[in-house]
Design a protein around this ligand. Structure first.
Ligand code: ADP
Length: 319
């Protein structure tokens, strides 16, 4: 292994830059050359590839987004698109590739590996829904952004004795809702992994107001029902003064937390180590604070599991 490539793909996540930096610095430390592929798999197909030096990744560890840009690329889902990508990699003399992204990006890395080009997947997504790791890069930052907003909303909810519905990101995965709801003391948390019962939500609201609660906070993952729709249904079912706040894309941006920067540095460096040891086709992760790696194909066959004990705990604590 003499030359490696690195790209970021799919939805961006805070901490991706710290991962890119780790890949570049770790590779150069071991006397490898590193090439940045700009614009995810789109840039791979079109050959938007530039050599990166130590200084190319200076002053980015604390920045959100990704200096390599990201994209969604339909063509890369085809064999022809993947072959074009492999040709570009070969033309630049690149022997291995680090892919930082979510499960869609992993599928691309898996396809390249199956066609003989070694790739290592690094989990970068705010959703925390990648199998083979307990945490993904960006999750902690998104969570803290959500908590910051929930705390502010809680202040105004108390002043006006209102019920707030707060919609957070998570089309298929409920971790942002679950963790931010638990950390924010929400009365109710709705996640895509569990069916919800409107009667139960209303009963909890009524019970709270009977014991003199000044406000209620309901955190809902976008994949369950839109916050606006849920707000309408609640208004119709109760006498509460219901307001809705949709947090949206602010959850994707911002300065990565220390935890995300450390995670990104460890995972990015581990990916390079695997390539140096000729171990392509792996997905790196963290378990019990230890670095792990799995066969990327096997990792993709698993499903990230939501921690139902947290949901149970949140219900117990918000009676
Ligand atoms: P994420 O990586 O955040 O899950 P996407 O699901 O949009 O984001 O995937 C990012 C990109 O990965 C896609 O635009 C596509 O180029 C590539 N990709 C997704 N699925 C596959 C697949 N089955 N085979 C090859 N490439 C894929």
């Amino acid at each position: 292994m003499k030359k490696i490539g690195v790209l970021t793909s799919g939805g961006d996540a805070p901490g991706m830059n710290a991962a890119v930096r780790a890949v570049v610095r770790k590779a150069i430390y071991h006397n490898l050359e590193v090439y940045g592929i700009y614009g995810g798999y789109s840039g791979l197909i079109s050959g938007n590839i530039k050599k990166l030096e130590l200084g190319s990744v200076g002053d980015i560890i604390h920045r959100g987004g990704t200096i390599l840009y990201s994209a969604r690329c339909l063509e890369f889902k085809t064999k022809e698109g993947q072959q074009k990508g492999i040709e570009q990699l070969k033309a630049h003399g690149i022997d291995g590739l680090v892919v930082i992204g979510g499960d869609g990006s992993y599928r691309g890395a898996k396809a390249l590996t199956e066609q003989g080009f070694p790739c290592v997947g690094v989990p970068g997504t705010i959703d925390n829904d990648i199998p083979g790791t307990e945490l993904t890069i960006g999750f902690d930052t998104a969570l803290n952004t959500a908590i910051d907003a929930i705390d502010k909303i809680r202040d105004t909810a108390t002043s006006h004795e209102r019920t707030f519905v707060i919609e957070v990101m998570g089309r298929d995965a409920g971790d942002i809702a679950l963790w931010s709801g638990l950390a924010g003391g929400a009365e109710t948390i709705l996640i895509p992994e569990e069916n919800y019962d409107m009667n139960e939500i209303v009963a909890r609201l009524n019970k709270g107001s009977e014991r003199g609660k000044k406000h209620s906070i309901i955190v809902v993952a976008e994949g369950v029902i839109s916050g606006v729709e849920l707000g309408k249904e609640l208004k119709a079912a109760t006498n509460a003064d219901v307001r809705v706040s949709v947090l949206g894309h602010i959850q994707r941006g911002g300065t990565p937390t220390a935890a995300d920067r450390v995670l990104a540095s460890r995972l990015g460096a581990h990916a390079v180590e695997l390539l140096i040891n000729k171990k392509g086709g792996r997905a790196v992760g963290i378990e019990n604070n230890h670095l792990v790696d799995y066969d990327i194909i096997e990792a993709l066959a698993q499903k990230h599991k939501v921690d139902y004990s947290l949901l149970k705990l949140s219900k117990e604590l918000s009676i």
